[in-house]
Design a protein around this ligand. Sequence first.
Ligand SMILES: [Zn+2]
Length: 230
Amino acid sequence: MESQGPIYGQDEPDELDSQPHDPRVVVTKGSPWLIDRGRRERWSAPEFVTAHAVDVRQVGDPVLHAPGKKPRIDKKELEPLVQRMFASMVEARGIGIAAQQIGVPLRVVIIDVDDVGIVAVNPEVEFQSADVDEMSEGCLSVRGLYGMLERPLIARVSAVDITGKKFTFEGEGLGAQCMLHETDHTTGVLYVDRLRSRKDLFPVEPEEPGEPHHSVSGHTREEMERATSR
Ligand SMILES: [Zn+2]
């Protein structure tokens, strides 16, 4: 997912931007295989990214617009796929990615809005709150644009991990948005399909060099840059 960051952050003082935040997504049942700190460090190394990143498919590519298939749960096959997804996401500065975005029509996603990344196979939305918030949202597969749309404030998703273990996770705000965005990808839906109107789609303005980034949200430049791509 490529997000401009949630609107709810905009009233917070700037100093908070660099403070550690509460996890946006928490595992509520089970204990999934995660992209923990060790994996993140290895998989974010420039050599690793160069070796594993592939081009992200763009809107219009049929693989993005059809439902993905349930993969056979085989860690030996899924781990290399997750590595390619993660490297491609890092290169594009995303905060989430689906296998379909790198051209693999399988239901596998990464949600990467916290220190630890969650890898979810066959994600299914179990619950979404009736309370919604209008948020800005972008996608690695829709370059140069972001949209404004309503998303539930809270979402719960169940899935299995790459070893076949069931788990459930819950997110709020940006966490819920990312979970729903990535789960949508597995069914062939992009955020642009959820816009009320084309008028809710905007070009991403190039950043002024050297200026701190304060646009749609109150997030830091780095966070915004990471956020501008799922
Ligand atoms: Zn996306």
